[in-house]
Design a protein around this ligand. Sequence first.
Ligand code: PLP
Length: 219
Amino acid sequence: MNAKNAALLKESLEKQNVTLVAVSKTKPNEMIQDLYKEGFRIFGENRVQELVDKYESLPKDIKWHMIGNLQKNKVKYIAPFVTLIHSVSSLSLLQTINKEAFKNDRKIDILLQLKIAEEDSKSGLSKADVRDIIHDLNSGAYSSINIVGFMGMATFTDDMDQVRGEFQQLMSTAKTIISQSSLRIENPIYSMGMSGDYNVAIEEGSNMVRIGSLLFGSR
Ligand SMILES: *Cc1c(COP(=O)(O)O)cnc(C)c1O
Protein backbone atom coordinates (compact mmCIF):
# COMPACT_ATOMS: atom_id res chain seq x y z
CA MET A 1 0.00 0.00 0.00
CA ASN A 2 1.44 3.42 -0.81
CA ALA A 3 1.78 6.13 1.84
CA LYS A 4 -1.29 8.04 0.67
CA ASN A 5 -3.51 4.98 0.97
CA ALA A 6 -1.97 4.21 4.33
CA ALA A 7 -2.98 7.69 5.48
CA LEU A 8 -6.55 7.08 4.25
CA LEU A 9 -6.70 3.82 6.21
CA LYS A 10 -5.41 5.61 9.32
CA GLU A 11 -8.06 8.31 8.92
CA SER A 12 -10.91 5.89 8.43
CA LEU A 13 -9.82 3.95 11.53
CA GLU A 14 -9.57 7.19 13.52
CA LYS A 15 -13.17 7.97 12.59
CA GLN A 16 -14.09 4.70 14.30
CA ASN A 17 -11.98 5.70 17.31
CA VAL A 18 -9.42 3.04 16.48
CA THR A 19 -5.71 3.87 16.79
CA LEU A 20 -3.47 2.46 14.09
CA VAL A 21 -0.05 1.25 15.20
CA ALA A 22 2.13 0.94 12.09
CA VAL A 23 4.19 -2.19 12.65
CA SER A 24 7.52 -1.35 11.03
CA LYS A 25 9.61 -4.34 12.17
CA THR A 26 12.24 -5.39 9.61
CA LYS A 27 11.38 -2.36 7.45
CA PRO A 28 13.94 0.37 6.70
CA ASN A 29 13.86 3.90 8.07
CA GLU A 30 12.97 5.31 4.63
CA MET A 31 9.64 3.48 4.67
CA ILE A 32 8.92 4.80 8.15
CA GLN A 33 9.80 8.33 6.98
CA ASP A 34 7.31 8.00 4.11
CA LEU A 35 4.50 7.31 6.55
CA TYR A 36 5.82 9.93 8.99
CA LYS A 37 5.41 12.54 6.23
CA GLU A 38 1.78 11.45 5.91
CA GLY A 39 1.19 12.12 9.59
CA PHE A 40 1.97 8.74 11.16
CA ARG A 41 3.50 9.08 14.61
CA ILE A 42 2.89 5.66 16.20
CA PHE A 43 5.14 2.80 15.19
CA GLY A 44 5.44 -0.69 16.63
CA GLU A 45 8.51 -2.90 16.79
CA ASN A 46 9.11 -6.35 18.23
CA ARG A 47 12.89 -6.41 18.74
CA VAL A 48 14.70 -4.30 21.30
CA GLN A 49 17.86 -3.62 19.28
CA GLU A 50 15.92 -2.59 16.20
CA LEU A 51 13.61 -0.42 18.29
CA VAL A 52 16.55 1.38 19.91
CA ASP A 53 18.32 1.91 16.56
CA LYS A 54 15.18 3.36 14.98
CA TYR A 55 14.44 5.54 17.99
CA GLU A 56 17.95 7.01 17.76
CA SER A 57 17.87 7.75 14.05
CA LEU A 58 14.28 8.88 13.45
CA PRO A 59 12.34 12.00 14.58
CA LYS A 60 11.91 12.31 18.30
CA ASP A 61 8.17 12.92 18.25
CA ILE A 62 7.54 9.33 17.14
CA LYS A 63 5.75 7.27 19.77
CA TRP A 64 7.40 3.86 19.85
CA HIS A 65 5.36 0.86 20.91
CA MET A 66 6.98 -2.43 21.91
CA ILE A 67 4.69 -5.19 20.69
CA GLY A 68 6.80 -8.34 20.74
CA ASN A 69 8.13 -10.78 23.29
CA LEU A 70 10.35 -8.82 25.63
CA GLN A 71 13.23 -10.33 27.57
CA LYS A 72 13.62 -8.99 31.07
CA ASN A 73 17.32 -8.23 30.68
CA LYS A 74 16.54 -5.93 27.72
CA VAL A 75 13.87 -3.79 29.33
CA LYS A 76 16.52 -1.29 30.44
CA TYR A 77 17.33 -0.33 26.85
CA ILE A 78 13.81 0.81 26.01
CA ALA A 79 12.69 2.04 29.43
CA PRO A 80 13.94 5.61 28.87
CA PHE A 81 11.73 6.30 25.85
CA VAL A 82 9.14 3.62 25.05
CA THR A 83 5.57 4.96 24.90
CA LEU A 84 3.61 1.75 25.36
CA ILE A 85 4.56 -1.88 25.95
CA HIS A 86 1.81 -4.17 24.60
CA SER A 87 3.41 -7.49 25.37
CA VAL A 88 3.48 -7.80 29.15
CA SER A 89 2.97 -11.51 29.43
CA SER A 90 4.37 -12.41 32.85
CA LEU A 91 4.35 -11.09 36.37
CA SER A 92 8.15 -11.03 36.49
CA LEU A 93 8.31 -8.94 33.31
CA LEU A 94 5.85 -6.49 34.80
CA GLN A 95 8.02 -6.22 37.92
CA THR A 96 11.12 -5.57 35.82
CA ILE A 97 9.40 -2.84 33.81
CA ASN A 98 8.26 -1.24 37.04
CA LYS A 99 11.82 -1.24 38.37
CA GLU A 100 13.36 0.17 35.18
CA ALA A 101 10.69 2.86 34.90
CA PHE A 102 11.45 3.91 38.48
CA LYS A 103 15.18 4.12 37.68
CA ASN A 104 14.33 6.40 34.76
CA ASP A 105 12.09 8.53 36.94
CA ARG A 106 9.10 7.96 34.71
CA LYS A 107 5.92 5.96 34.50
CA ILE A 108 5.59 3.47 31.67
CA ASP A 109 2.22 2.61 30.16
CA ILE A 110 1.68 -1.08 29.63
CA LEU A 111 -0.96 -3.48 28.36
CA LEU A 112 -1.58 -6.85 29.96
CA GLN A 113 -1.21 -9.46 27.22
CA LEU A 114 -3.85 -12.12 27.75
CA LYS A 115 -3.48 -15.60 26.36
CA ILE A 116 -6.39 -16.19 24.01
CA ALA A 117 -4.95 -18.28 21.18
CA GLU A 118 -4.85 -22.06 21.26
CA GLU A 119 -1.28 -22.06 19.96
CA ASP A 120 1.33 -22.54 22.67
CA SER A 121 3.69 -20.24 20.78
CA LYS A 122 1.50 -17.21 21.51
CA SER A 123 2.28 -16.05 25.01
CA GLY A 124 0.11 -14.21 27.45
CA LEU A 125 -1.11 -14.08 31.01
CA SER A 126 -3.43 -16.71 32.37
CA LYS A 127 -6.36 -15.82 34.58
CA ALA A 128 -4.32 -16.93 37.61
CA ASP A 129 -1.45 -14.59 36.65
CA VAL A 130 -3.89 -11.74 36.32
CA ARG A 131 -5.31 -12.48 39.77
CA ASP A 132 -1.78 -12.28 41.22
CA ILE A 133 -1.13 -8.98 39.48
CA ILE A 134 -4.37 -7.48 40.75
CA HIS A 135 -3.58 -8.67 44.25
CA ASP A 136 -0.22 -6.88 44.11
CA LEU A 137 -1.78 -3.80 42.55
CA ASN A 138 -4.29 -3.60 45.34
CA SER A 139 -1.48 -3.59 47.84
CA GLY A 140 0.16 -0.64 46.15
CA ALA A 141 2.88 -2.36 44.16
CA TYR A 142 3.99 -1.25 40.68
CA SER A 143 3.90 2.46 41.31
CA SER A 144 5.97 3.20 38.19
CA ILE A 145 3.70 1.60 35.64
CA ASN A 146 0.25 2.45 34.39
CA ILE A 147 -1.85 -0.48 33.26
CA VAL A 148 -3.85 1.15 30.47
CA GLY A 149 -5.48 -1.85 28.82
CA PHE A 150 -5.17 -5.27 27.30
CA MET A 151 -3.60 -6.94 24.30
CA GLY A 152 -4.18 -10.26 22.65
CA MET A 153 -3.17 -12.21 19.58
CA ALA A 154 -5.58 -14.60 17.98
CA THR A 155 -4.61 -17.95 16.53
CA PHE A 156 -3.07 -17.72 13.04
CA THR A 157 -5.87 -19.35 11.06
CA ASP A 158 -8.31 -18.67 8.25
CA ASP A 159 -11.13 -19.73 10.54
CA MET A 160 -12.57 -16.31 11.34
CA ASP A 161 -15.17 -17.79 13.69
CA GLN A 162 -12.36 -19.06 15.86
CA VAL A 163 -10.55 -15.71 15.67
CA ARG A 164 -13.73 -13.86 16.57
CA GLY A 165 -14.32 -16.18 19.53
CA GLU A 166 -10.80 -15.50 20.81
CA PHE A 167 -11.27 -11.73 20.58
CA GLN A 168 -14.58 -12.08 22.44
CA GLN A 169 -12.74 -14.05 25.10
CA LEU A 170 -10.21 -11.23 25.50
CA MET A 171 -12.93 -8.62 25.87
CA SER A 172 -14.89 -10.59 28.44
CA THR A 173 -11.80 -11.51 30.48
CA ALA A 174 -10.64 -7.89 30.43
CA LYS A 175 -14.02 -6.63 31.57
CA THR A 176 -14.12 -9.16 34.38
CA ILE A 177 -10.67 -8.07 35.49
CA ILE A 178 -11.69 -4.42 35.52
CA SER A 179 -14.92 -5.01 37.41
CA GLN A 180 -13.35 -7.30 40.03
CA SER A 181 -10.35 -5.18 40.88
CA SER A 182 -9.36 -1.75 41.97
CA LEU A 183 -7.83 -1.31 38.53
CA ARG A 184 -9.16 2.06 37.46
CA ILE A 185 -8.71 2.56 33.74
CA GLU A 186 -10.52 5.53 32.22
CA ASN A 187 -10.76 4.35 28.64
CA PRO A 188 -9.12 0.97 28.42
CA ILE A 189 -7.05 0.21 25.35
CA TYR A 190 -7.95 -3.05 23.66
CA SER A 191 -5.04 -3.85 21.35
CA MET A 192 -6.25 -6.59 19.05
CA GLY A 193 -6.15 -7.10 15.32
CA MET A 194 -3.41 -7.33 12.70
CA SER A 195 -3.39 -7.17 8.89
CA GLY A 196 -5.43 -10.34 8.48
CA ASP A 197 -8.01 -9.92 11.21
CA TYR A 198 -8.30 -6.26 12.17
CA ASN A 199 -11.85 -5.88 10.85
CA VAL A 200 -13.08 -8.75 12.99
CA ALA A 201 -11.15 -7.35 15.95
CA ILE A 202 -12.80 -3.93 15.59
CA GLU A 203 -16.24 -5.53 15.37
CA GLU A 204 -15.46 -7.21 18.68
CA GLY A 205 -14.38 -4.02 20.43
CA SER A 206 -10.75 -3.38 19.52
CA ASN A 207 -9.69 0.26 19.66
CA MET A 208 -6.04 -0.25 18.72
CA VAL A 209 -4.86 -2.33 15.77
CA ARG A 210 -1.29 -3.36 15.01
CA ILE A 211 -0.83 -3.49 11.25
CA GLY A 212 2.39 -4.36 9.47
CA SER A 213 2.31 -6.24 6.19
CA LEU A 214 -0.81 -4.51 4.87
CA LEU A 215 0.95 -1.13 5.18
CA PHE A 216 4.56 -2.04 4.39
CA GLY A 217 4.27 -5.18 2.27
CA SER A 218 5.10 -8.71 3.28
CA ARG A 219 8.19 -9.44 5.35
C1 PLP B 1 4.25 -8.51 13.40
C2 PLP B 1 3.20 -8.24 14.40
C3 PLP B 1 2.00 -7.58 14.02
C4 PLP B 1 1.69 -7.16 12.61
O1 PLP B 1 1.41 -8.26 11.82
P1 PLP B 1 0.89 -8.12 10.32
O2 PLP B 1 0.21 -9.40 10.04
O3 PLP B 1 2.10 -7.90 9.48
O4 PLP B 1 -0.04 -6.96 10.27
C5 PLP B 1 1.08 -7.33 15.02
N1 PLP B 1 1.30 -7.69 16.30
C6 PLP B 1 2.43 -8.30 16.69
C7 PLP B 1 2.59 -8.67 18.11
C8 PLP B 1 3.40 -8.61 15.75
O5 PLP B 1 4.53 -9.22 16.15
